[in-house]
Ligand binder design. Structure first.
Ligand code: GMT
Length: 375
């Protein structure tokens, strides 16, 4: 049975928007009708699909409002789409504000549309600790028909922080394997001025404080004392200025390349030897999967869902949060032992195939949708 599925996510660059969009594309390829409802065209929706529709949420900022009412405009648009398109399922990403908007929209539409909410992290790991929002998040979770989280760690943290009267199922993230695979990008090494004997360490994030990019730079400073290497910093965000200052302070200007936001990440991963993700909060870490699919071993912190994505000692290493000495030591071990590096690289690619296959994960979501509609 084909379904009509509404999807609401943050359309901007970020793992949750990527996963929501990729899921919509896969479901459309299986014949389901997909309706994206959001404030901007999801950025990965870069191809024409006859069965994917996009409904833009317009927020008017009348002078009587101190703040433009995005949440109400979203709820109103979702309600309109539920009714007009006769949606079976509404899959929203993030409890706040999207699940709450979905619940209001369902009441407005007066239909039996089923709401599936996926938790991605920040709504729990940051907003969940705000007492003024805790009850609202609980409401969004409990009134959804099904709730998923992107790692077991996030399920546990949601129970601990929010304690909802609701089962939360883990459905891991996935990537588009057709895009993320090892490609020949040797020409880029030359273009970036990376010497033949140099190793390449990469970090990709939105440079928020929780990503601890300074720890990446501090670890790299120690790595390059032993192993000739370049660090690629990909992305942009609030911590960019302090990170640039630290790079100069540590005398690393000639060793660090600030690449800003980039599109063809698979080409950058393909020329990299190691990815560092040293976050303070990370419910999954989608960049780990992207890098691993391109054969790049990863080193991450023992935080949130990271240990569910990296198998310590097999596809990379897990280090204590904030321990840059340990990160540097493990990185040097890996970068100076080519047999071990090769084994980790192969194990990383196999893990993505065996545990995070897009088809399998899409089927897990479909099984949830079907279960709700069969009830
Ligand atoms: O990490 C971010 O700052 C972006 C955020 C998002 O909304 O995309 O990422 C969250 O969702 C991703 C997709 O599920 C996860 O891979 C990230 O780990 C998660 N970020 C955090 O938990 C900090």
């Amino acid at each position: 049975m084909t379904m009509k599925i509404g999807i609401t996510c943050y359309p901007t660059v970020g793992g949750s928007g990527v996963v929501a969009t990729e899921l919509g594309k896969l479901l459309a390829e299986k014949g389901h009708e997909i309706h994206f409802i959001s404030s901007g065209l999801p950025f990965r929706l870069n191809k024409m699909y006859h069965n994917i529709y996009y409904h833009q949420v317009e927020v008017n900022s009348y002078s009587v409002f101190q703040y433009p009412p995005y949440d109400l405009a979203l709820a109103s648009k979702i309600a309109e789409v539920i009714k007009r398109e006769k949606l079976d399922i509404l899959h929203v990403h993030y409890a706040i504000p999207h699940a709450v908007c979905a619940i209001l929209a369902k009441q407005m539409a007066g239909t039996e549309v089923k709401i599936v909410t996926t938790l991605h992290g920040t709504d729990i790991t940051v907003l969940g600790y705000d007492p003024s929002l805790n009850d609202l998040i609980k409401f969004g979770i409990e009134k959804s028909d099904a709730v998923t989280a992107v790692s077991n760690a996030l399920v546990e943290q949601t129970i601990e922080v929010i304690n909802p009267d609701k089962t939360i199922e883990t459905v891991y993230n996935f990537i588009d394997e057709r895009v993320y695979q090892k490609t020949d990008s040797k020409h880029l090494r030359q273009e970036y001025g990376i010497l033949d004997h140099e190793k390449v360490v990469i970090h990709v994030s939105n440079f928020r404080g929780v990503k601890r990019v300074q720890d990446v730079v501090a670890s790299f400073a120690k790595i390059q004392q032993v192993v000739p290497a370049k660090l690629l910093l990909v992305g942009d965000g609030p911590e960019m200025t302090p990170v640039c200052k630290l790079v100069s302070k540590l005398g690393l200007d000639d060793h660090v390349l600030f690449l800003g936001k980039q599109d063809k990440l698979e080409e950058l991963y393909s020329l990299s030897d190691l990815l560092l993700l040293l976050s303070e909060k990370e419910s999954f870490g989608l960049v780990l999967l992207e890098a691993m699919a391109c054969g790049v071993p990863c080193i991450g912190t023992n935080i949130g869902g990271i240990p569910e994505v990296i198998i310590d000692g097999e596809t990379g290493y897990i280090c204590e949060f904030g321990n840059v000495d340990e990160v540097a030591e493990k990185s040097i071990q890996l970068l100076t032992d080519s047999a071990r590096h090769q084994a980790f690289s192969e194990a990383a690619m196999s893990l993505v195939e065996s545990s995070f296959r897009s088809e399998t994960i899409m089927e897990e979501y479909l099984a949830i949708y079907r279960r709700l509609l069969d009830k």
